[in-house]
Design a protein around this ligand. Structure first.
Ligand code: PGA
Length: 247
């Protein structure tokens, strides 16, 4: 049975006090047997969150692919491992668009994360003009082919896919459950085509893009949607808890 996951992407938000408050609130939720909650926090709170020793996982939103060196302002995977961080995000559209992360860089980061045995959320998703042209499926397939499909079947076990249509991120516009399910089924079929039925059946595929307490249950009820990656609505303990409970 594949894992059901709700992950918070706090992006560049919250104070330390607010972050710890939300994290402590989440610990009060009784999770289902195959359910996992992850909090992707700004770097500066990671250590404090880990010190809490809660069962809610802590992840980092980014890292530099080099192990160490003269990269002023950057954080390496070794820093994350030193703090016992368990998960990372790779390929988020904000990293691709605002920070010009190329397919080569994303592929390299995937390799670094997987080789260091971190649970890796790989984000993919099309911009608005691509959806309007009806080319969203081939666009996402291309992202998976150039960023992900070089992994071995064994390495794929560490991957969680997050489908995040760019036009739905932070816009209040959510993909309908039909649009999301169509893409999730397509992602799973593409993985099956490349890696076989077992790998495809075991991989969790999350939806991200203006997911909130009022649309989460409908999205999570879809056959191929195994949870969500939540931005704006994860900044409020009550809203995010409701999304976790909607699963
Ligand atoms: P949003 O962000 O929920 O605010 O749309 C999702 C994300 O970027 O992961």
């Amino acid at each position: 049975m594949r894992k059901q996951i709700v992950a918070a992407n706090w992006k560049m938000n919250l104070t330390k006090k607010e972050a710890l408050y939300i994290y402590d609130k989440l610990e009060e939720i009784q999770l289902k047997e195959n359910q996992e909650v992850i909090v992707f926090s700004p770097y500066v709170f990671l250590d404090a969150l880990k010190q809490r020793q809660h069962h809610i996982k802590v992840g980092a939103q980014n890292f530099h692919p080099a192990a160490q060196g003269a990269y002023t302002g950057k954080v390496s995977i070794n820093h994350l491992l030193d703090l016992e961080i368990e998960c990372v995000l790779v390929g988020h559209s904000e990293r691709r668009i605002l920070f010009n992360e190329s397919d080569e860089v994303i592929k390299l980061k995937i390799d670094v994360a997987v080789n260091n045995k971190l649970e890796t959320i790989f984000c993919c998703g099309e911009p608005l003009e691509i959806r309007e042209q009806g080319k969203h499926l081939s666009f996402v397939l291309q992202q998976m082919e150039s960023n992900l499909f070089h992994l071995t079947p064994e390495q794929m076990k560490q991957i969680i896919v997050a489908y995040e249509p760019v036009w739905a991120i932070g816009t209040g516009k959510t993909a309908s459950s039909q649009q999301a399910e169509e893409m999730h089924r397509f992602i799973r079929m593409s993985i099956e085509h490349r890696y076989g039925k077992e790998t495809a059946g075991n991989i969790s595929i999350l939806y991200g893009g203006s997911c909130n307490p009022s649309n989460a249950a409908e999205l999570f009820a879809c056959e191929n949607i195994d949870g969500g990656l939540i931005g704006g609505a994860s900044l409020n303990a009550e809203d995010f808890s409701q999304i976790v409970l909607a699963q």
